[in-house]
Design a protein around this ligand. Structure first.
Ligand code: FAD
Length: 389
């Protein structure tokens, strides 16, 4: 089935009736590119036989991160839901690349929301076109969910800030040219840009992971790392609020990514269930297998609608923090269940075939990254309890 399927096309028609041909054309050509250039490499990224860097550069060059960037910064100025749809396709094509691109785009989002006109002019176009790659540095060795407890410091010294400390589990570390760093200044958590290379910036070894093995993750250390004061994003002391705001948008995208992963595991399960025989007939004929197929499909469709709903609220300028978290919690847990069911349908081959269980391994990250399920349930509950019925 093409990455941009007839089901996607129907949803585009439904949500964007006036522009569906233009939008479908864009998504379908991006999908064709991913299928041709990226999907065949995906199993090889997992085993380490191929490196994702050149493929990611090629994909960014196709404009995936320009979709929802305003035209004045070299973007297409199109709805955010189309970008989320593109990331869903990318999750199906290669989850590691989707993770790397999603983090890169979170930095673009941060600059668009909080950056100065000069920072936007200088960085957004180069990042959105893929000429430069970005990394988002919030988590530290001793603080993740409790990001306000960050220990990394940034002290003003003449025309610079001097950053000291370290960040943990950073995606695109060592590959990126632009680092969005959250560090404590005199007024509290703040957000700064650091360009690479920089003599005060060091990277740890690539951390070995359960899944998402194509994407690079490492510690980033700052030792007397100087960055010009003009690289402060927004105001001092507002960094934690900026990080939370950026992450609300990123959660919609992570939900889409998980729908993409689940779709691939589901489609592999359909193909296998039709081909594999037991007791003289294809296992697709057995009711208990059919029940799994029905539940997998239903939950994928539900997660897709949840992320689209959050994206549409955002496009209309409405509050979407709770809905983005709902979409992320549901989609990430859904994709784990779908990938687990896919392993069950494949029997012993499911447990032993890298190219099948890697989907579960990839999905496993995302109930943790960008807000754990526990923390997001707290966010949803506090937002919902604060509403009057
Ligand atoms: C592969 C990978 C890539 C990553 N990429 C990036 C990146 O690019 N940039 C970045 O900044 N970070 C990144 N991260 C970090 C990720 O965002 C954090 O791991 C995540 O936010 C959780 O933080 P933590 O690991 O410190 O866990 P902790 O915050 O220590 O949480 C541990 C457990 O306690 C639970 N918990 C915490 N507080 C509460 C509470 N109040 N109530 C109930 N339960 C609670 C959590 O839900 C979790 O189950 C990445 C992580 C990984 C593994």
């Amino acid at each position: 089935m093409p990455l941009y399927s007839s089901e996607h096309r129907r949803l585009t028609e439904f949500y964007h009736p006036e522009k569906h041909e233009e939008f479908s054309g864009l998504l379908s050509s991006l999908g064709e590119y991913m299928e041709k250039e990226l999907s065949p490499l995906s199993p090889r990224f997992d085993t380490g036989e191929a490196k994702m860097g050149p493929a990611r550069k090629g994909l960014l060059g196709q404009g995936i991160c320009q979709i929802s960037v305003p035209a004045e910064y070299g973007g297409l100025g199109l709805p955010f839901s189309l970008y989320a749809n593109a990331i869903e396709m990318l999750g199906t094509s290669d989850a590691s690349t989707a993770l790397s691109v999603e983090i890169h785009n979170a930095v673009i989002e941060g600059l668009l929301k909080f950056g100065s006109p000069a920072q936007k002019k200088e960085s957004v176009q180069a990042l959105a076109s893929g000429e430069r790659l970005a990394s988002f540095c919030l988590t530290e060795p001793t603080s993740g969910s409790d990001s306000r407890a960050m220990a990394t410091s940034a002290v003003r010294d003449g025309g610079d800030y001097v950053i000291d400390g370290s960040k943990m589990f950073i995606t695109n570390a060592g590959e990126a040219d632009t680092y969005m760093v959250f560090a404590r200044t005199a007024k509290g958590p703040s957000c700064l840009l650091v360009g690479a290379p920089n003599p005060g910036l060091k990277f740890g070894a690539d951390i070995r992971k359960l899944g998402m093995r194509g994407s690079r993750t490492s510690e980033v250390s700052f030792s007397g790392c100087r960055t010009p004061a003009a690289n402060l994003v927004g105001e001092e002391g507002k960094g934690a609020d900026y990080a939370h705001s950026i992450l609300h948008g990123a959660r919609i995208v992570v939900a889409a990514l998980n729908v993409g992963i689940a779709r691939l595991a589901y489609e592999k399960s359909i193909a296998y269930a039709k081909e594999r025989k037991a007791f003289g007939e294809p296992i697709a004929g057995f009711q208990l297998i059919r029940e799994k197929i029905a539940d997998m499909k239903t939950s994928i469709s539900a997660a897709r609608l949840l992320y689209l709903h959050a994206a549409l609220l955002r496009e209309r300028g409405l509050d979407y923090a709770s809905e983005a978290s709902q979409a992320k919690v549901f989609a990430t847990e859904m994709s784990l269940k779908v990938c687990d069911d896919a392993i069950q349908i494949h029997g012993g081959y499911g447990y032993t075939t890298d190219d099948l269980h890697r989907h579960w391994r990839d999905a496993r990250l995302l109930t943790i990254g960008e807000g754990t399920s526990e923390v997001l349930r707290m966010l949803i509950a506090s937002r919902e309890l604060a509403k009057s019925l």
